[in-house]
Design a binder for this molecule. Structure first.
Ligand code: HEC
Ligand code: HEC
Ligand code: HEC
Ligand code: HEC
Ligand code: HEC
Ligand code: HEC
Ligand code: HEC
Ligand code: HEC
Ligand code: HEC
Length: 411
């Protein structure tokens, strides 16, 4: 009886399944695999979520219930090897009509771009099996997109995805490139912002290298790379005397001063004529340019602004401590902060005439704060004196009143 019920339920399930799309691939593979196999991972895969099944990629007839029959059935493609994967994926992803029917906004240029990358070039021309192919970056059977937190290409996971190979010294031994990109990146301003503070505005590897053209950006394209996010600095640089000079000398525009992977938080030490300054790496006092004099006067005006800011803050703090009403001055101090930030950005003009006015503006505001705060502090002491006199008078009156009351009582 129990056997009969089980068979009946089995048949029922089969027929329900039969009315929909029969997918023996999924059910049989789920049965044979333990956790972590292709079929059990597949629910997380974007292809599964968009309604695609095993047979869409691997081919074969999903209504068959024997793997040998599946292998012999129409269109079975089996498992692509490392070199075959790009074409395996591109069968759909480079097919504009097919992709348009699914998602018109998805680009269809991944294979074309991949072919321009060092990865693609080595894979296709040198049959190199160690370079990244589509699944090295996207994983397989649990492919996500850049918005899914668990995806290997989500910004916070991507650096580790690249580092799997690029930080593996043994794996990369035969290639003559460094293996420190991830390490340096992780401690850079960008890596810390993205990996430690979860700031998705900071670049992961692919924001600089491109998703599929993972080549080092050339000298000319570097401007565009940093400038995508740091537009002001790039714009100033383009108009500066360095624009042509760097191009002629093949100096990459931002990387020359800031590096690429281990970008640190900039400071005023990087400018000026001291040894710690970047300017002295290329400029000398007798090089016939106004490089160092400019560096010197920019640093002087930054220093003046920093000092003015400090003095303003101290006077303001004193006024605040004395409980004075300082809303306007606090607002003004924020504007001085702003001037300092802008002046430091303006150094990318490498021109005193554009830094100086901003510094003067900040210094003038700082002076106003100092004058106003001093006024408020004077007012405080004036009020305190007033309070002392008032207290004296009140005490005197109270004493007189007391005497008067005593007199009345004695009477
Ligand atoms: C009745 C169970 C069953 C069904 C149905 C089934 N498979 Fe398999 N599949 C297997 C077994 C067993 C293997 C061999 C696993 C091994 O060798 O470890 C296999 C292997 C594979 C492989 C590895 C390559 C190869 O040729 O060995 C792929 C890819 C695959 N199946 C895809 C599919 C697809 C796609 C479908 C549906 C069209 C499907 N399978 C249907 C049981 C099944
Ligand atoms: C988006 C396309 C795609 C889909 C959908 C897909 N596969 Fe695969 N599968 C691949 C690729 C590519 C490989 C080769 C991976 C590699 O090179 O590491 C592969 C490899 C395999 C292998 C070989 C062993 C392994 O895990 O690497 C098996 C078995 C397999 N797939 C079964 C399945 C089954 C079962 C399904 C459905 C649950 C499925 N695949 C869905 C693309 C796909
Ligand atoms: C059978 C056709 C087909 C094959 C083969 C295929 N894909 Fe897809 N892929 C799709 C479809 C359809 C979507 C979903 C598009 C949508 O609706 O957003 C998709 C989505 C994706 C996405 C998410 C895109 C996004 O930003 O939303 C990635 C990444 C992806 N595929 C990578 C791969 C990789 C890697 C391979 C090879 C292992 C592969 N695909 C093979 C059809 C395919
Ligand atoms: C070096 C790593 C890497 C390789 C190799 C790679 N991708 Fe990508 N791919 C990415 C990253 C990073 C993104 C952006 C994040 C996202 O959308 O998943 C991306 C995005 C995508 C997208 C979403 C649409 C788009 O273009 O932004 C598709 C589809 C895709 N890749 C398919 C492929 C296919 C097909 C291949 C092989 C020809 C491939 N990828 C090779 C890293 C890679
Ligand atoms: C499967 C391993 C693997 C993965 C994953 C991988 N790469 Fe690569 N990559 C290589 C190999 C191998 C080379 C070839 C080294 C060479 O240039 O000779 C290479 C080359 C490069 C180059 C060119 C280096 C040069 O100047 O020659 C860049 C840039 C690069 N990869 C960036 C990336 C980025 C960014 C990612 C992640 C989105 C990534 N790679 C993921 C293995 C990998
Ligand atoms: C802020 C932009 C930026 C980010 C983020 C970035 N790179 Fe780079 N990377 C560059 C530039 C620029 C070069 C070119 C170096 C040159 O030509 O001198 C480069 C060069 C490379 C090279 C060539 C070898 C070398 O070290 O010079 C590899 C490999 C590489 N990057 C991998 C990565 C990986 C992996 C990540 C993420 C962990 C990453 N990059 C993050 C900008 C970036
Ligand atoms: C995808 C956008 C993006 C790209 C591309 C990018 N950056 Fe950044 N960068 C940021 C963000 C966001 C921060 C702020 C990080 C933080 O919160 O500390 C930052 C911070 C910096 C800082 C530190 C600023 C400070 O005041 O602390 C420098 C210097 C810098 N980037 C230089 C570069 C250079 C050079 C490149 C090109 C090689 C580059 N960036 C590419 C987004 C980007
Ligand atoms: C990587 C090398 C390099 C660095 C670092 C560098 N410069 Fe220059 N700079 C040049 C070159 C090359 C020229 C063009 C010289 C010429 O015209 O003969 C130049 C020109 C200038 C000029 C125009 C000179 C003139 O006489 O018209 C100024 C101003 C200048 N740099 C300021 C600076 C400042 C300030 C710094 C530090 C923040 C700096 N430079 C850092 C290479 C550099
Ligand atoms: C000649 C050297 C030099 C070049 C080239 C250069 N910078 Fe700077 N950069 C500096 C110096 C010096 C500072 C430090 C300013 C300070 O804090 O006093 C700085 C500061 C910064 C800051 C932090 C201050 C701010 O602007 O918010 C960012 C971001 C930055 N640079 C981005 C870039 C980008 C993007 C490029 C390429 C377009 C670039 N830099 C090119 C020397 C340079």
């Amino acid at each position: 009886m129990i056997k009969f019920v089980i068979i009946f339920i089995g048949l029922l399930l089969f027929s329900i399944n039969g009315f929909g799309s029969v997918n023996n691939c999924m059910s049989c593979h789920l049965d044979l695999e333990d956790e972590g196999g292709s079929a059990s991972k597949f629910a997380k895969d974007i292809h599964s979520q968009k309604g695609l099944g095993c047979a869409d990629c691997h081919g074969g007839d999903p209504t068959l219930d024997d793997m040998d029959d599946v292998r012999d059935s129409r269109g079975f493609r089996g498992v692509p090897n490392h070199l075959e994967v790009p074409d395996f994926c591109a069968r759909c992803h480079s097919d504009a009509t097919y992709m348009h029917n699914h998602n018109p906004s998805l680009p269809v240029d991944q294979l074309a771009k991949y072919k321009t990358s060092i990865h693609g070039q080595l894979l296709f021309s040198a049959k190199d099996k160690k370079v990244a192919n589509c699944v090295s970056c996207h994983s397989v059977h649990e492919i996500g997109n850049g918005q899914m937190p668990y995806s290997s290409t989500h910004p916070s996971n991507l650096p580790a995805t690249c580092a799997k190979c690029h930080s593996d010294k043994d794996y990369m031994a035969e290639y003559k490139i460094p293996t420190d990109q991830f390490e340096k990146y992780s401690s850079s301003v960008h890596g810390q912002a993205l990996l430690e503070r979860g700031d998705l505005g900071a670049p992961a590897c692919n924001d600089c290298h491109g998703n599929h053209g993972a080549a080092p950006p050339g000298v000319s394209s570097l401007a565009a790379v940093c400038g995508v996010c740091h537009a002001l600095e790039a714009e100033l640089f383009e108009k500066s005397p360095h624009a042509d000079a760097f191009l002629e000398n093949d100096f990459p525009m931002c990387e020359t001063c800031h590096s690429n992977h281990d970008i640190v938080k900039p400071s005023d030490k990087m400018i000026g004529t001291a040894e710690s300054s970047l300017c002295t790496e290329c400029h000398a006092a007798d090089d016939g340019t106004i490089g160092l004099p400019t560096a010197d006067s920019i640093l002087t005006s930054l220093n003046n602004l920093v000092l003015a800011h400090l003095n303003a803050k101290q006077s303001l703090d004193e006024a605040i401590l004395k409980g004075m009403m300082t809303t306007n001055e606090e607002f003004l101090l924020k504007e001085v902060d702003q001037s300092l930030i802008q002046a430091r950005t303006l150094i990318h003009s490498f021109d005193m005439d554009s830094v100086a006015p901003k510094a003067m503006e900040g210094i003038a505001k700082a002076d106003t704060i100092i004058v106003n705060s001093a006024g408020l502090i004077d007012e405080y002491y004036f009020r305190r004196k007033g309070l002392a006199v008032a207290t004296l008078i009140i005490t005197f009156l109270a004493f007189m009143l007391y005497r008067k009351i005593r007199k009345i009582e004695q009477k």
